[in-house]
Design a protein around this ligand. Structure first.
Ligand SMILES: Cc1ncc(COP(=O)(O)O)c(C=O)c1O
Length: 370
């Protein structure tokens, strides 16, 4: 059986060092904000190349806490991609702000810059104050932050990087996590750097935001945990998860290189009857997923059935753009032509650093024969 994410194979490689790391936490007993959490924050900040890393309980909470730290509230508008996981937009609405969906570029599947400008005008016309743009690094490919940041700056808006899928990615040698005012990532088990449960982290260069985030993480604490100066959450990362992530971080660069190598084989050998995500020059994707666009919805079904006949898993990220989710049915806005079209035809195939070469050839053969 071919694995989709390779978590089992990774565990075979580092299982014993993870067991030792967990045992160490069980022995010292600092399960909440123990020494592994601080160590992980230092190492992640160093890896990303930024001053502050604030770990937290999930990628969703990383986004929510980021918006809270930027004081996003009722009356504000936040613009984000309609082609993402629900968490990206859910957190905006939870704070009472209005979500304005922006369509994606048909080649990169990330925010379309011209559309972004149109959405901004509509939000203003509706009487909202556009306060922030959340760029989504879909499938591991960073959005075009140079133009997004330039536009945001001209309108006095913040930029948040949703890098749940792009830890380890780069633009011109600058790592994901360093774009915008704040970056939020996820350590969900299937992410490029994943733990064995829920987890997340926030990166920022801004010391003031870092202090706010540390307070929001523990119920808006002030001088101490029983002094509460603002609304917050219980948003901490468990010490055990931090210990697991430290072990996995030691493998991460090798795994990232392997992802790149295997992605290049897929790109080289899969027939041009499928479209690939376009990776612009000077961009390095973290390849959280390997996705393909079939010629039609029917052809997608056919190829997914053929893979399934050989017990090869495939998934659809995402079958419905966010603007079409029932929960957002009362949101008005522009038609998201590319998101709607791509979600009808996209699918993802098994992809992880431990994918066996023979298995990869089998997958390619099936895809090319349909
Ligand atoms: C783009 C994106 N944003 C946010 C999240 C939320 O992360 P988590 O599942 O850790 O809450 C995910 C996770 O799947 C994601 O893919």
């Amino acid at each position: 059986m071919i694995d989709f994410f390779g978590i089992r194979q990774q565990k075979e490689k580092i299982g014993s060092s993870i067991n030792d790391a967990i045992e160490k936490v069980l022995n010292h007993g600092n399960f909440i904000m123990g020494p592994e959490v601080t160590k992980l924050e230092d190492e992640l900040a160093k890896y990303v190349g930024i001053s502050n890393c604030i770990t937290c309980s999930s990628g969703t909470d990383a986004l929510l806490m980021s918006l809270m730290a930027l004081n996003i509230k009722r009356g504000d508008a936040v613009i984000t991609s309609s082609f993402s996981y629900i968490a990206t937009a859910e957190v905006i609405e939870l704070l009472g702000a209005k979500t304005y969906f922006c369509d994606i570029n048909e080649n990169t599947f990330n925010l379309d810059y011209d559309f972004l400008k149109k959405v901004y005008e509509i939000a203003v016309k509706d009487g909202h104050t556009p306060k922030a743009i959340i760029g989504v690094d879909i499938f591991g490919l960073p959005a075009r932050y140079r133009v997004i940041e330039e536009f945001a700056k001209s309108k006095s808006m913040y930029v948040i990087e949703d890098m749940a899928q792009s830890f380890g990615a780069e633009i011109r040698g600058k790592r994901a996590g360093t774009f915008g005012d704040i970056a939020a990532t996820s350590f969900f088990p299937t992410k490029p750097l994943g733990c064995y449960g829920d987890g997340g982290a926030i990166f920022t260069e801004n010391e003031n935001l870092a202090d706010l985030l540390k307070s929001i993480r523990v119920h808006g604490s002030g001088e101490n945990k029983y002094d509460n100066v603002r609304l917050g959450l219980n948003g901490r990362l468990d010490t055990i998860q931090a210990a697991i992530l430290l072990e996995k971080l030691s493998l991460f660069d090798n795994e990232l290189n392997k992802r790149k190598e295997l992605a290049e084989i897929y790109r080289d050998k899969i027939s041009r009857n499928y479209n690939f995500q376009y990776i612009p020059e000077d961009y390095n994707s973290a390849y959280a997923l390997f996705s393909l666009v079939a010629e039609s919805c029917d052809k997608r079904k056919k190829v997914m059935d053929s893979l399934n006949d050989k017990s090869i898993p495939s998934m659809i990220y995402y079958p419905k753009p966010l603007n079409k989710q029932e929960v957002f049915s009362d949101l008005e806005g522009l038609k998201q032509k590319n998101s709607e079209n791509i979600s009808q035809k996209i699918f993802s195939i098994p992809f992880h650093p431990y994918l066996d070469q023979k298995d990869q050839q089998t997958i390619i053969r099936i895809l090319n024969n349909v």
